[in-house]
Design a binder for this molecule. Structure first.
Ligand code: GLN
Length: 491
């Protein structure tokens, strides 16, 4: 092909591959080269699988040549996976020292489905350890950087995925979102990030953080690309008891539906204190654009959303403390050396393996779940979660989609909040409510700060109504030029 293949969108690449206008090996090599020459600046990847990439690209080319690849929507497309997606034989670290050498003996459902759809997996992306963080600074492999400004965070916890997609080191990437980890990095890096409804994508083969909240999703440069990736991963899986038995709509086909008559609710609580003026204005402008496109905009109230951060930081650490109890240094994961008794082995392996934030969360969680405190913290937070969810149920009686900023600020400086956990936790104040309610939500680029940092508009939908938020995002994306701006990377 003429031009740089890393400039293609995922949808363009998929079409071009099928027309044989580019080969899968050519595409894979272009991305591997870009990773080789620029990822030392970004630290977006923890593991790059050159051999596996070229082998599967060759397979894709063979299938495309013989006609077998035409039915697979992502045949030959190079993508990347967040490093908490379990991949057979390919190291899966969760950005933890504890799993630094873990080579899984099985393939997870989401990554397996992407491979079955023809995707070529370039490697595994940097993240906050076990998904706990909002800046990628809690990674045992060092922080990833934001290609729009290397002094700034790409967000977290799926920061490496977002940095890689924005810098065109891959066509798209997966992420996971427990409280905002797809939407927040997407907003910080000028990308589309979609977290579907809880239960849409199997959690079989996602390393668990907080099981009642964890949901996989897509980070991409366009809404169409995100829809393609989402579709390939979604659908019922008997290996996950919380996986929904729902047919998966043809999202890419539903995108062009338009938004005439769509009722969009604007929650006043999401525009209040702590939200930067520029962020608020960009979201208001974006909502005005949606109205100009035919949506009916109305103000709504989600009165319990301001309690979401407090509620989440009881529930998520509680679930984490239970989920992470399995890392005892015995069956898998890093084992401490030296002459230890059994208890000493547990204590030492965990002390050496887990980073500070993960340790903080496990302590917090164990405390909240302990006899005597359970009712005051965990049980109470569950009740607050119900109130937050009920607010959404009520709002969706009168609106189809809820629109708000994705984050209170644009990407902050690396180091700025590292030693202030509360400041970091507040980065997710606007994304956590939809997570607690299990709702589909996305972030779509909606402008830039005066300094040239990207901002995101968040759209939240009814349960299993991903089509609504995708159609609204598509209409907005096509009516604006934000997606055409690119980071000057490498400078
Ligand atoms: N930043 C939030 C946290 O630290 C959310 C993380 C996530 O969604 N995985 O828990």
């Amino acid at each position: 092909m003429t031009g740089d293949p890393t400039d293609l969108t995922l949808a363009e690449a998929a079409r071009l591959l099928r027309r044989r206008g580019v080969s899968a090996v050519e595409l894979a090599q272009a991305h591997l080269n870009r990773i080789r020459t620029t990822d030392s600046l970004l630290n977006a990847f923890i593991t790059v699988d050159e051999t596996g990439t070229l082998a599967s690209a060759k397979e894709s080319d063979r299938r495309l040549r013989t006609g077998g690849g035409a039915a697979r929507p992502l045949e030959g497309c190079p993508i990347a996976l967040k490093d908490n997606f379990v991949t057979l034989g390919l190291r899966t670290t969760c950005a933890s020292r504890l799993l630094a050498d873990y080579s899984p003996p099985y393939e997870g459902t989401p990554s397996g489905r992407l491979k079955a759809a023809g995707a070529v997996v370039l490697g595994k992306c940097n993240m906050d350890e076990f998904g706990m963080g909002s800046s990628n600074e809690h990674s045992a492999f060092g922080p990833a950087r934001n290609p729009w400004n290397l002094a700034r965070t790409p967000g977290g916890s799926s920061g490496g995925s977002a940095a890689a997609v924005a810098a065109r080191l891959c066509l798209a990437a997966t992420g996971t979102d427990t409280g905002g980890s797809i939407r927040q990095p997407a907003a910080f890096c000028g990308l589309v990030g979609v977290k579907p409804t809880y239960g849409r994508i199997s959690r079989y083969g996602l390393v668990a953080f907080a099981s009642s909240l964890d949901q996989a999703g897509a980070i991409a440069r366009t809404v169409e690309d995100a829809a393609l990736l989402l579709q390939a991963m979604s659908g019922h899986d008997p290996n996950d008891a919380t996986s929904a038995r729902r047919p998966v709509p043809d999202w890419p086909a539903l995108l062009k539906r338009g938004i005439a008559g769509m009722r969009i609710g604007v929650p006043e609580e999401y525009f209040g204190e702590g939200i930067e003026d520029g962020v608020r204005q960009a979201a208001r402008d974006a909502i005005a654009t949606l109205a100009a496109l035919g949506a009916q905009v109305q103000t709504i109230s989600l009165p319990h959303s301001p309690y979401a951060v407090a509620c989440y930081y009881i529930l998520a650490p509680s679930e984490a403390s239970a989920n992470l109890a399995r890392y005892d240094g015995v069956r898998y994961g890093r084992r401490a050396g030296g002459p230890l008794d059994l208890n000493g082995l547990y204590v030492q392996s965990r002390a050496e393996g887990f980073g500070r934030e993960v340790t903080r969360r496990m302590l917090l969680g164990a405390y909240c779940l302990s006899a005597g405190y359970y009712d005051a913290y965990y049980a109470k937070a569950q009740k607050v979660r119900t109130l937050i969810r009920d607010d959404f149920t009520r709002a969706f009686e009168t609106v189809d989609v809820i629109a708000a900023p994705t984050t209170p600020t644009a990407a902050f400086l690396l180091g700025e909040r590292r030693d202030d956990p509360l400041a970091l936790y507040l980065a997710d104040a606007l994304t956590i409510p939809a997570s607690l309610a299990g709702l589909p939500a996305l972030s779509v680029p909606c402008g830039f700060t005066a300094e040239g940092l990207p901002l995101g508009l968040q759209l939240i939908g009814k349960p299993f109504a991903e089509d609504d938020i995708l159609a609204a995002a598509q209409a907005y994306e096509q009516a604006t030029d934000w997606r055409k701006r690119r980071p000057e990377f490498p400078a």
